[in-house]
Ligand binder design. Sequence first.
Ligand SMILES: NC(=O)c1ccc[n+]([C@@H]2O[C@H](COP(=O)([O-])OP(=O)(O)OC[C@H]3O[C@@H](n4cnc5c(N)ncnc54)[C@H](O)[C@@H]3O)[C@@H](O)[C@H]2O)c1
Length: 449
Amino acid sequence: MKVTVVGTGYVGLVAAACFAEGGNHVICVDKDRVKIDGLKEGVIPIYESGLAEIVKHNQQAGRLQFTTELAEGVAHCLVVFLAVGTPSSADGSADISAVLGVAGRIAELMDGYRIIVTKSTVPVGTGHKVSELMKSKTEHPFDYVSNPEFLKEGSAVDDFIKPDRVIIGTTNPAVMEIMKQLYAPFMRKRSRLIFMDPVSAELTKYAANSMLATRISFMNEMSALCEKVGADIELVRTGIGSDSRIGSAFLFPGVGYGGSCFPKDVRALIHTGESYSCPMTIVEAVQSANFHQQDRFAQQIVDCFGGRLGQTTVAVWGLAFKARTDDTRESPAIRCIEKFLDAGIKVRAYDPEAMGGAKEHFGERIKTSQESYDILDGADALVVFTDWQEFRTPDFEQIARRLKRPVIFDGRNLYDPVYVKKLGIEYHSIGRSQCAMPAAVNSAVNSAT
Ligand SMILES: NC(=O)c1ccc[n+]([C@@H]2O[C@H](COP(=O)([O-])OP(=O)(O)OC[C@H]3O[C@@H](n4cnc5c(N)ncnc54)[C@H](O)[C@@H]3O)[C@@H](O)[C@H]2O)c1
């Protein structure tokens, strides 16, 4: 099938490459000339495991092309996906101007029937707005589909190729059939397509992200209570996650959620609720608990160096909002580092992939290094923000030796408190009491029974 994808970011580039991998002929359109020129030369603008390989392979096979010319994309395709950004507006609503701008332009360029599919996360009613706008600009027939994307940064290609589900928001059986064909290569064991009306599809995306954010904020609030009462959040997590009605996914406490989706989608759902006079009180609480968790973690570190903040330097491991991505958008690390800098604490930072975004944000205000252990030399503490694999079993002896005083603040609960303390390191983590059981105990007991 001939497909065009407009917007060549995390979602658009992955979707385009995967559709090409499925045998379709795909043109990617982006307004960013530097990005498109780079892609033509094989430069992948984002870090995403497995993406470079499928982009290259399909480019070489002639199934994947890049252009800045929307007209070229519209002339080429039957189905056009919109995967442009929908950032937060000042009032918290999703800014859909890029979606509407591109849809309007597609309508002007169309020379016959097209299927317009929104992959961007857009609020309820956007489909209606897109359709009305397009009708005002073209005589040609078209269909509109809401097809929100659920891939996760860090495993985007895998998620796209092996999706939990694909939501197709259309009520037209002929369009359903075309969408079925497009997704068929990713449904080989069984169909995971779920058909619904466009409005329900739009809301499903916000409900999914807000539900996941709710689990995180719930656990983070529990972690604060654990610290007060002397309980261990990791044991509580294991205890509740084993209940099949609850499940174990997305129960990890930490320094708060971030990234380009959860914060903005939670904000947008709150705004949608307000505009329909239907307050989203749970989601509002989720958002404030998330800020509170980030601020609580940063404040603990500021308080620790109370009287001598001007003479304090912290070494930071991890700037990305989570592991396996270079994305620092609304990363808790960024918010917390701002608080350190405000307090007069100097910051040195290392991240295996996300240094670019952090440099753009902080400029010369923090020092960065390409080497994780170098930044420890003479620093007052190590602060871990991201759960990168390479931080999980570090050389503690080197950490202790290179820091001025061996102190770790762990925003991801990566280490066993008993083990780390035995090494003489002062260890602060999230929601784990001082008398925490060694992590190995439960697995040892379970394997013995
Ligand atoms: N990143 C994720 O994990 C993820 C997951 C699911 C859904 N989403 C949603 O998908 C959408 C895209 O997210 P993303 O992370 O890929 O964004 P992104 O910022 O990485 O990419 C968006 C791309 O669109 C391009 N663009 C913007 N306006 C354009 C225009 N008028 N014409 C052509 N190109 C244009 C930009 O240059 C950019 O390359 C958002 O609505 C987001 O909420 C993102």
